[in-house]
Design a protein around this ligand. Sequence first.
Ligand code: PNS
Length: 167
Amino acid sequence: MNKAVYPGSFDPITNGHLDIIKRASKIFDEVIVVVLVNPSKKGMFEINERVLMIEKCIKEFPKVKVECFNGLLVNFMKKNNSKVIIKGLRAVSDFEYEFQMALMNNKLNPDIETFFMMTNAKYSYLSSSSVKQVAMFGGCVKGLVPDIIIDDIRNKIGDNNFYNLYK
Ligand code: PNS
């Protein structure tokens, strides 16, 4: 079985992530989205909250499931018997960081390959960090994240600061 793993912080999942998930699920028999800890990022959502948000977004994709893991990605890969890591690339600025991680993962386990997918041009400016910033300062996140998680972001940030989409 052709199984791929799509790792990330997903704090929170964006429409750019979901687009990669949809496209990857057309190519692979199974796609496991895994929420991992990125020690260089301070999270807004707890890991289990991120998993719950992703679960809501992937309901219509039977070949996709979500998990979380505390540890090295290569160990998760081994546990799940997968050799393919999927990563999305938005811009040249992503490349150095992604290249370094791909090489490190390959060094840790030479059987593992990272497949890069170019982001959909319409989401090339989008990141979880920018979504959090927009939401925190009262901007509208509709179109940036799946509609189904907008209330989760609102609940995390608090109604006071949240742009009211339903006014
Ligand atoms: O969405 P992100 O923050 O760019 O994803 C980075 C992530 C979570 C995939 C990366 O930090 C990761 O793999 N964390 C687990 C620890 C690990 O295996 N690191 C790889 C060696 S550098």
